[in-house]
Design a protein. Structure first.
Length: 255
């Protein structure tokens, strides 16, 4: 059974055994609790893997609330089983993943036994993508909006590039203001220099858009043709995801 890894006084994670091309080392299930409090908040219980869920329960103890960063199955698949195990309500921007509670609202403050969490809507990776800021720690649980390694896929049509760029810019402002000093991602290692990573994300997206424009000018007429031109340095096993990302980029350029 995987042990929880403590990151701050209020945050620890259990790594799910679902590594892959899209999930990196696996899904990070975050356990949030105010020091000394009885109840914890669990973010993204992850895949329906009983061993993983039991490890999360062992680290979390009494669960007061389940939160989801977005709808992708590697974060939400365990919803039914984990709600059954804990009896806790679940909340998400998407009503489909909300149980015994209300869907999340951008800007709301959630308080569980003294732990204050600010809800920040960050659409782009998916339309329902959400980040959670631990107010006392100035840390951000980012889901797949920002990964601990590499960059995230914006998969058209649920992924939309314009809102994603706006979400990155908003988080960059929070980092500039000192309100986000550490990022706790859904996959990969913790980010201790958020401003640097966010600048890289924004620069990377701008470079990709320039490359897509150049591919179109060179005669590419389909997302697949753009991928073959722009993503030559990427393993072909990722070209399917890249094609969805290019479709999102083309949609952005056409607006």
């Amino acid at each position: 059974m995987t042990a929880a890894v403590n990151v701050t006084d209020r945050a620890a994670y259990v790594l799910a055994a679902n590594p892959g091309i899209m999930t990196l080392d696996g899904t990070n299930t975050w356990i949030l609790r105010e020091p000394g409090a009885e109840r914890a908040v669990v973010v993204d219980p992850g895949p329906a893997d009983e061993t993983h869920l039991q490890a999360v329960l062992a680290a979390a103890g009494t669960v007061g609330l389940i939160l989801f960063t977005h709808r992708h199955f590697d974060h939400t698949e365990a919803l039914g089983r984990f709600a059954e195990l804990t009896g806790a309500p679940a909340r998400s921007m998407d009503p489909e993943f909300t149980r015994d509670g209300q869907p999340l609202v951008d800007g709301e403050s959630i308080i569980v036994d003294g732990l204050e969490i600010e809800v920040i809507a960050t659409p782009g990776h998916t339309s329902d993508s959400t980040c959670f800021r631990l107010v006392a720690d100035d840390t951000l649980v980012s889901g797949d909006t920002i990964l601990g390694r590499g960059t995230t896929v914006i998969a058209h049509p649920d992924g939309v590039l314009g809102p994603y760029l706006d979400s990155l810019a908003h988080i960059r402002e929070l980092a500039e203001e000192g309100l986000v000093t550490r990022i706790l991602p859904g996959h990969g290692p913790v980010i201790d220099e958020p401003a640097t990573v966010l600048d890289f994300y924004l620069e990377h997206r701008a470079e990709r858009l320039d490359q897509v424009r150049a591919a179109l000018e060179a005669g590419a007429t389909t997302p697949r043709a753009v991928v073959a031109e722009v993503y030559q340095d990427v393993d072909e096993s990722l070209w399917g995801a890249a094609e969805l990302s290019v479709a999102a980029q083309l949609d952005y350029l056409q607006r």
